[in-house]
Design a binder for this molecule. Sequence first.
Ligand code: BYC
Ligand code: FE
Ligand code: FE
Length: 472
Amino acid sequence: MISAEKIPNNVNLSSNKRLQRALEHWQPKYIQWWRDMGPQGFQDYHQVYVRTAVSVDPSGWAHFEYVKLPEYRWGIFLADPIPDRRIGFGDFFGQPVWHEVPGEFRNQLRRLIVTQGDTEPASVEQQRWLGHRCPSLYDLRNLFQVNVEEGRHLWAMVYLLHSYFGRDGRDEAEELLDRQSGNRDKPRILEAFNEPIDNWLDFFMFTMFTDRDGKSQLMSLSESSLDPLSRTTRFMLTEEAHHMFVGETGVSRILQRTCELMREAGFSEDVRKVGGIDIPTIQKHLNQWFSLSLDLHGGEVSSNAASYFANGLKGRAKEDTFDEHVVKDACYRMEFFEDGRPATRDVLMRNAMNEVLRDWYVGDCAAGVERWNRILEHAGVSERLRLPDRKFNRHIGMYSGFHFDPNGVPMSKEQWEKRRNEWLPCAADSEYLLSIMAEPVYQPGRFANYIAPPRRGINQKPVDFEYVRTEQ
Ligand code: BYC
Ligand code: FE
Ligand code: FE
C-alpha cells in the first residue's frame, strides 16, 4: 500500500511535526532542482514504468507503476532495526550503538553524510542529457530508475541532516541542491562527480564502477555506530544492486553485440565501420571510470580514515568477517612510491582504512571484469578486458602527480602526454560514440545497432514492453 502521506516513510514522520515541516519545506526545492537539473525533456509528457519503494519489506519493494518523473514518490526508508545492536569496531567496540549524534563527533559525521549526500544529486545531473541518446526504451527506463533512486538517496541523507544536525543540517540540505556537477564556481565535492557522462558507454561504466564505490562506501557506513545512518545506508544498498546490474549488463550487451559485428564483418575489419563499439574503446572507458572511482576511496594513508574508524563512524566493508575489530596496533603492508621506485613499508592499519576498502573494491571490480571476459571467450574473440593497475591515472593520494601506464610502469610526463589517448577516451572517441548515439531509439522492442537486447525485461514484462510512454 502506498501511504497517503506527502512523503512516504517508515520513520513515523507524522509523529515528529518539526521534522515533517522541515522536510515538507525542503520538498518543493527538491522538485524544482529535479526539474532544472534532472532528466532533460522527460518531465511532463512521459510516463515511466518504475519501481517505487513503498516499504522495506519485499512486498513493498515490488511495487511497479507508470509515473511522470516529477511525481515519483520519493520516500524515507530505514532498514529494520537490529535489536540490541552493538558498536562493531573502533575504540567503543561492544558498547550500545547511538540513536543520537554524540556532540564530539558531530562535525565528522556531518561531513561524511554531506559527502555521501552530495554524490547522489551529482550523478543525476551528470546523466541528465542521456535520455536524448538512448539505445532503447528498456535502457531509458533503467536510466530513469537509477536517477529516481539516486534522488531518493539524497532524501535519505537529507533526512539525517534534518533530524540530527539542527540548523547546520538544514543549511547543508540546501547546499546539496545548490552545488552543481561540473560547475566551476560551486562544483560537487568529489572529483568523479564533476566529470561529464555524455554517452551510454560512460553511463554503463559509471554505474559499473562508480556506483560500486557507492556500494563499498555504503557498506562501510552501514557499519556505523550511529544507528540511523547504519539503517539508512543498509536500505540504500538494496537499490545499489540494481544500479550495478544496469552497468554490468549494459557493457555485457555492448560486448555481445561487438562480437557479433566482428564476426559478421570478418575479424580483421574495424568494427566501427559497421557501427559497433570496438573493444579498445570499451577498455579506455573502463580505464577512465575505474581510475576515477579508485580516487573516490581517498588517500592511501589517511588520518581522517583512522579517526573515522577509531570513533566508530565508518567501518570496513563486512566488518564482522574480520577477526579483530579494535585494530589498535595492527599494521598494513603498503606499497609506496619513493624516488621513482616502489618501496614497501608498514603503516598502522587504522591509517590504511581507505586502502583496505579500496582492496575490497578492486576485488569486486575484478570479478565483474572476469564475467565480461567470459562473453568474449564464448564468442571466440581473443581480446580481453582488464583493470588497469591502481597507480594508473590517479589524482588523489600518493600516486597523484606521477604518471604510470596501465601496467603500473612509471613514465615521464612527456611520455604520458604522448600515449594518454591510447589508454583514456579522447575527443575522437567521444565524437564517434556520439555519432552512433545521435538518433535515440524510442520504438518498443528496438535496440540501437551497437548493443544487444537484454535477455529479459523488467518485472517479467517482455523486452518489447513500452517501458516509457508519452502521455496520451
Ligand atoms: N575528490 O584523508 P583523505 C556514491 C579530499 S559514491 C576530491 O585521503 P578522506 C554514488 C578529502 O576530502 C560513494 N577530494 O580522504 C555513486 C580531504 O580533504 P581535506 C560516496 C577528495 O577524508 C554513483 C583530502 O582530500 N560516499 O554513493 O578519507 C552514483 C584528503 O583526504 C577525494 C562517500 O564518499 C576525491 N575523490 O576521504 C551516486 C562516503 N578524496 O580534509 C552515488 C563519505 C579525498 O584535506 N566519504 N578528497 O579538506 C568518505 O568516507 C570520505 O570522505 C572519502 C575519503 C571516502 C571521500
Ligand atoms: Fe546512490
Ligand atoms: Fe547508485
